[in-house]
Design a protein around this ligand. Sequence first.
Ligand code: C2E
Ligand code: MG
Ligand code: MG
Ligand code: MG
Length: 282
Amino acid sequence: EAKGSGRGRYMAYEPHMDTRREEKNQLEADLKYAIENDEIKVVFQPVVNTLTRRITGVEALARWNRAGYGPISPDIFIPAAESSGLIDQLGLSVLRKACHEAAEWSAVKLAVNISPVQFRNPGFAAQVMSILAENDIPPSRVMLEMTEGYFIHHPERAGTAIEKLKQIGVSIALDDFGSGFASIGYLRRFGFNRMKIDKSLVVALDEGGRSLEMLTATVALARSLGIPVTAEGIETEDQAAILQLCGCDELQGYLFSRPVPAEEIAQLLDAQDAPVEQRRVS
Ligand code: C2E
Ligand code: MG
Ligand code: MG
Ligand code: MG
């Protein structure tokens, strides 16, 4: 305890530190309870083909409505799960729910975010494989999305973990490209099957500068390596048009749909599969 005016400590005692620690502990305790009581929900955001605008896949996103607080952003609770040892359970539960829903939908691809912290578990690939099998989802339908952090710090271990996942037949995407330090070289080195352009690069387009040139060059490089590109955070037709010109083959963002519950995905898929005649009258 840092009480007693910080004797022999580097940091002086500040009352707010205890408060913050208590809040963190409470958050983790609530999260643990929520995971164990099946209170983490999954929503799905469509990913569309740039040219046809048809839904080609969906991305599963975790949601937590914390009792007494309301919705907590995954940007808060995923890191909390990672640092408190809850991520393995949370991650598998999201994958299980996502597969369960996706089993009801025609062939659209299913993307699920995974935390590189889950790579620490040597049985991870085997667990993924059995969840897919339980739900009759062919691995070729599934893409696991991961961000770069771990790759920079533990390239060897990341490489091994990814190799195992690719062996079971799922594909892997480098998520949030452009938000950190990952380079195009990573795509090749780890055998990523897809690059996802972070929404910050899309937003930057509106701010001018050299954003357009950067984006164009990035997409061109990925594509020259044979790696298809999805752009995230598309909110306007202008952005969609620019990313189409850049050569992105898939787009995702509020312009097409917000993340929605599974039932709404089913309706969206039904609507796009209905004959055009029927679509007009209904
Ligand atoms: P992500 O994987 O990059 O997911 C895209 C995020 O952008 C989602 O935020 C989505 O709701 C948001 N988004 C989509 N379209 C738009 C748009 O047009 N404009 C804006 N402003 N935002 C848009 P969300 O759901 O809050 O998730 C945040 C991050 O949390 C995710 O980023 C992902 O890294 C992480 N995450 C979410 N669910 C999981 C999960 O089950 N496991 C793991 N490990 N991470 C997850
Ligand atoms: Mg993602
Ligand atoms: Mg992303
Ligand atoms: Mg993200």
